[in-house]
Write a protein that binds this ligand. Structure first.
Ligand code: SAM
Ligand code: SF4
Length: 394
């Protein structure tokens, strides 16, 4: 594996030209046993009512004066945004454009579960203005899909890819989960190799995480299932890195790979601490004012409806950062990315170098950071121990 040599892709600097908009769509056909994202069982009433509620929250946020466009990215995530009909997605995007405006070439992403799309619905999303699809493939092995409790087959995931091309999407991403029970590096590679044949521009490869309170966690706790150990996890992670690197993908963030020009701008903006407004129960926002302010809309559907019916913003302040919090966050989020932390930008913002800002941690861990053209970054093998390395700085 080659060490990180600094950024190869051109990373857009989104701090100044535009903010992001995140719309959380909190409905799923059924709950996957591993997932703890906020989502409810989809009902026709909920799906019908939801777009108008989100537009009301968008209008409240815009009139309170904190949030300004134009938007450089919109991300419809979930939950399962592909349960919304294209006309509803079009209505949301129209409202966002009317209130905030879009930057030229704004990235508009939608997460699609293969079990919920048709060729016509994908054509509808494209016509509504969505220009990037993120397809929740997870695996192309029927055994793994069954173990993950997915509502779709491998064939349906492949078909969703073909339909997305026929619908005119030029930027298509696939979500993959690896480090599954019983999986080894060869099996993880076989999965990704099949996906590569579909020609994605972007892949998100997540190691299966045991989230507290999920059915998967109970299955592991009761001995019904066992996850791969740390060494096999590392073997799979590094094998995927090598395979995707050789296939021309930039490993631009711990879990994310992109062909040149296809890094997810929305996510880059969040890692660069650019402003983004989050709509919907379970959504978070970040306002890049002073040292930064974080907000969250509680994952509570009845409360969400009540607050909006009363004309009240459903978001709550989560954290107002101070200078040292902002410095730690800049480092933590920056080192997740191959582009790393720009020493000059850091000094300009905080009046200190990284070594001056974190003298003790720098002595302990600074030698793990690579410097390239004034950017400090970690190598992909050090991303494997990211939490341990970064804890010295927090
Ligand atoms: C919030 S989901 C939305 C995608 C869409 N609902 C779907 O499942 O097709 C985004 C991605 O997070 C990943 N994910 C969710 N829970 C995870 C877990 N416990 N471990 C690893 N990845 C997870 C999955 O890859 C999933 O596609
Ligand atoms: S992985 Fe996707 S479909 Fe499954 S519960 Fe989570 S958000 Fe819903």
């Amino acid at each position: 594996m080659s060490p990180a040599t600094g950024p190869r892709l051109e990373y857009p600097d989104l701090r100044h030209p535009g903010a992001g908009l995140y719309v959380h769509v909190p409905f799923c056909r059924c709950k996957c046993p591993y997932c703890d994202f906020f989502s409810l069982s989809a009902t026709p009433e909920g799906l019908h009512e939801y777009p108008a509620l989100v537009i009301r929250q968008l209008e409240l946020a815009q009139t309170n004066g904190d949030w300004a466009g134009p938007l450089a990215s919109v991300f419809l995530g979930g939950g399962t945004p592909s349960l919304l009909p294209p006309a509803a997605v079009g209505g949301l995007l129209d409202a966002a454009e009317r209130r905030f405006g879009f930057c030229e070439g704004a990235e508009i992403s939608l997460e699609a579960n293969p079990g919920t799309v048709t060729e016509a619905s994908l054509m509808g999303y494209r016509a509504a203005g969505v220009n990037r699809l993120s397809i929740g493939v997870q695996s192309l092995s029927p055994t793994n899909l069954a173990m993950l409790g997915r509502i779709h087959s491998a064939e349906e995931a492949v078909q969703a890819f073909h339909w997305s091309r026929r619908a005119g999407f030029a930027s298509v991403s696939g979500d993959v989960i690896f480090a599954l029970p019983g999986q080894n590096a060869a099996a993880a590679l076989a999965d990704v190799d099949q996906l590569l044949q579909l020609g994605p521009e972007h892949l998100s490869c997540y190691g299966l995480a045991l989230e507290p309170g999920t059915a998967l966690q109970h299955a592991v706790a009761s001995g019904q299932l066992a996850l791969p150990d740390e060494n096999s996890y590392a073997d799979m992670y590094l094998a995927l890195h090598e395979r995707l690197d050789a296939a021309g993908f930039e490993h631009y963030e711990i879990s994310n790979y992109a062909r040149p020009g296809h890094a997810c701008r929305h996510n880059l903006n969040t890692w660069q601490r650019g402003s983004y407004l989050g709509l919907g129960p379970g959504a978070h926002s970040f306002l890049a004012r002073d040292w930064g302010i974080r907000f969250a809309v509680p994952g509570d559907w009845p409360r969400y409806r009540r607050r909006l019916a009363a004309g009240q913003d459903p978001a709550e302040t989560l954290e107002i950062l101070d200078r040292s919090g902002a410095m730690a966050e800049t480092l933590y989020l920056g080192l997740r990315c191959a582009a790393g932390v720009d020493e000059n930008q850091f000094r300009k913002r905080f009046g200190q170098s990284l070594a001056e800002a974190f003298p003790t941690a720098w002595q302990k861990t600074g030698s793990r950071l690579h410097r390239c053209r004034d950017h400090w970054s970690l190598s992909p093998s050090d991303w494997l121990i990211f939490d341990t390395l970064i804890s010295a700085f927090l």
